[in-house]
Write a protein that binds this ligand. Sequence first.
Ligand code: SF4
Length: 82
Amino acid sequence: MALLINDECTACDACRPVCPNEAISAASPIYLIDPFKCTECVGAEDEPQCQLVCPVADCVVPNPDFTETREQLLEKYRARQS
Ligand code: SF4
């Protein structure tokens, strides 16, 4: 499942640089996660880095439109590396 940034976002830019998949962009007025790039950090990190660094509670949440298994997320990550 990809994550999404909801409208609690303050556009602080903490998340964008830590994403291993370059999935986060500085859209206006809030930041945006590309669900086709986000792997929930599977393949690269033990936990979602954007959630770790986000200073706003419950701002980065699961994207209900992109439910994927861990295996699918890993495949997505590997495909992006090749
Ligand atoms: Fe990037 Fe990981 Fe956040 Fe997805 S969960 S947007 S891969 S930092």
